[in-house]
Write a protein that binds this ligand. Structure first.
Ligand SMILES: Nc1nc2c(ncn2[C@@H]2O[C@H](COP(=O)(O)OP(=O)(O)OP(=O)(O)O)[C@@H](O)[C@H]2O)c(=O)[nH]1
Ligand SMILES: [Mg+2]
Length: 247
């Protein structure tokens, strides 16, 4: 959770008072500081959930399906979005929100395909939150019936805590990360509805088994729906695109 991992973002940056609480969390043995830290975390998440609820209502009213794409850095989220945009080929209107600590590289990659994209830089923040996403949604002026992809900051821990108001949370895991990752980072998998296993073209070269990734992911979330994909070769893209274009 970000109040204890040292990350901060513009509207819940740590004040001196918060830092004070953090220090006491470690120093104080009387239990008060722990209680205050827990309250601070509950306040941040409570505020986020209100913005998320607003985003969800706004998007549902416009029949926009929103996908919060979460993963560790480099699992292939942007490559997958590029392949998805090309495969959908204007059959559905698409908008993209890109989250990264720094650079607008990913938004430029998406923009180059003629799709509206807004970049959010979180600076020292390690996740997107619903407030930032709400502003990006305003900037995008999303059309009715669109698909909205929100590429979260590459991080398999903190984004799990923050509902953005998405329709589906999609965790992307690439086969190069190892098949034990769902067990080591369970919250990301338990909080997602879809799991994309990417870079399957690399399976012959790595000590990682598709079935073991799935079995481990199902241990933490028996309801996950899987897509096995190579975003670079296009293998496995068809079922994913078919799913996205479902009415
Ligand atoms: N072999 C192979 N490489 C892939 C695949 N998908 C992505 N890559 C490569 O993986 C690297 C990272 O891809 P990105 O799409 O930038 O990953 P990302 O998840 O968007 O990264 P961050 O935004 O930094 O978290 C690039 O070199 C891609 O070409 C795939 O299916 N197979
Ligand atoms: Mg990316």
């Amino acid at each position: 959770m970000c109040t204890t991992c040292g990350c901060s973002t513009h509207h819940h940056a740590h004040s001196d008072e918060d830092t004070h609480l953090q220090h006491h969390h470690h120093d104080n043995g009387d239990g008060h500081a722990v209680e205050e830290t827990v309250r601070l975390e509950a306040d941040i998440l409570g505020e986020n959930n209100k913005y998320a609820m607003f985003n969800r209502g706004f998007l549902a009213a416009r029949h926009v399906k929103a996908f919060n794409m979460v993963s560790s850095p480099g699992s292939g989220k942007t490559t997958l979005l590029e392949a998805t945009i090309k495969a959908i080929d204007n059959r559905r209107s698409i908008a993209v929100i890109e989250g990264d600590q720094q650079t607008d590289n990913d938004a430029r990659r998406i923009g180059a395909l003629g799709v509206d994209a807004v970049q959010i830089n979180t600076a020292n923040g390690c996740h997107l939150d619903a407030h930032m996403v709400g502003h990006a949604i305003e900037d995008l002026g999303i059309k009715e019936n669109s698909l909205l992809f929100i590429e979260n900051v590459g991080n398999l821990v903190c984004p799990a805590m923050f509902d953005l108001g998405e329709t589906e949370r999609v965790v992307v895991i690439s086969v190069t990360e190892g098949d034990d990752k769902p067990l080591k980072y369970p919250y990301m998998f338990s909080g997602s509805s879809i799991c994309i296993i990417n870079k399957i073209d690399l399976l012959p070269y790595v000590d990682c088994e598709l079935e073991r990734i799935k079995a481990n992911a199902l241990k933490v979330n028996p309801n996950l729906r899987f897509f096995e994909i190579s975003a670079t070769t296009g293998e496995g893209m068809k079922p994913w695109i078919r799913y996205l274009l479902e009415p």
